[in-house]
Design a binder for this molecule. Sequence first.
Ligand SMILES: [Fe+2]
Ligand SMILES: [Fe+2]
Length: 182
Amino acid sequence: MARANPQGKTGKQPDAIALLKADHRQVEEWFEQFEKARDVQRKLKLATQICSALKVHTTIEEEVFYPAFIEATEDRDLHHEAIVEHAGAKKLIAEIEDMDPDDDYYDAKVKVLSEMIKHHVKEEEQPGGMFAEAKKSEMDLEALGEQMASRKAELEGDEGMPGSMPPPGARQRSIRGRARSA
Ligand SMILES: [Fe+2]
Ligand SMILES: [Fe+2]
């Protein structure tokens, strides 16, 4: 593909870093709204959005961005810490998804999740963090951005994400275990 205009991004997909940062900002906004929410149904809706978005986000990072990162930078410390942080967040997400929003501990779990995510996002975005290292590396951030955008659309179809429709004709393939051989 010809690179007619290397600095202009007119009408193009966001690159990998821009896509991941936009996800971070969206989830931060929903966490803030959760803190202010009083109504239980509203809290449930926001927590459900947050959990779905974080599952999709961690999946595209782990399937696409992180493997490309470790291959290009060989920075195992940054990579492995991020994987361990994702695992901790996923455990808490699963607990929240199993809970009733009336539960005495519901707000506390969402609050702790927001703190875990805040810490993790800082590690990814800070100077010397994963995103800064990725930018300095040979990673093809535009190609990775495209791959993640299409995987994201596919996963959002599975999650039934409110407010994010899968593109027309998106495959509705389930990510959950459907391997059932004869
Ligand atoms: Fe991230
Ligand atoms: Fe991450």
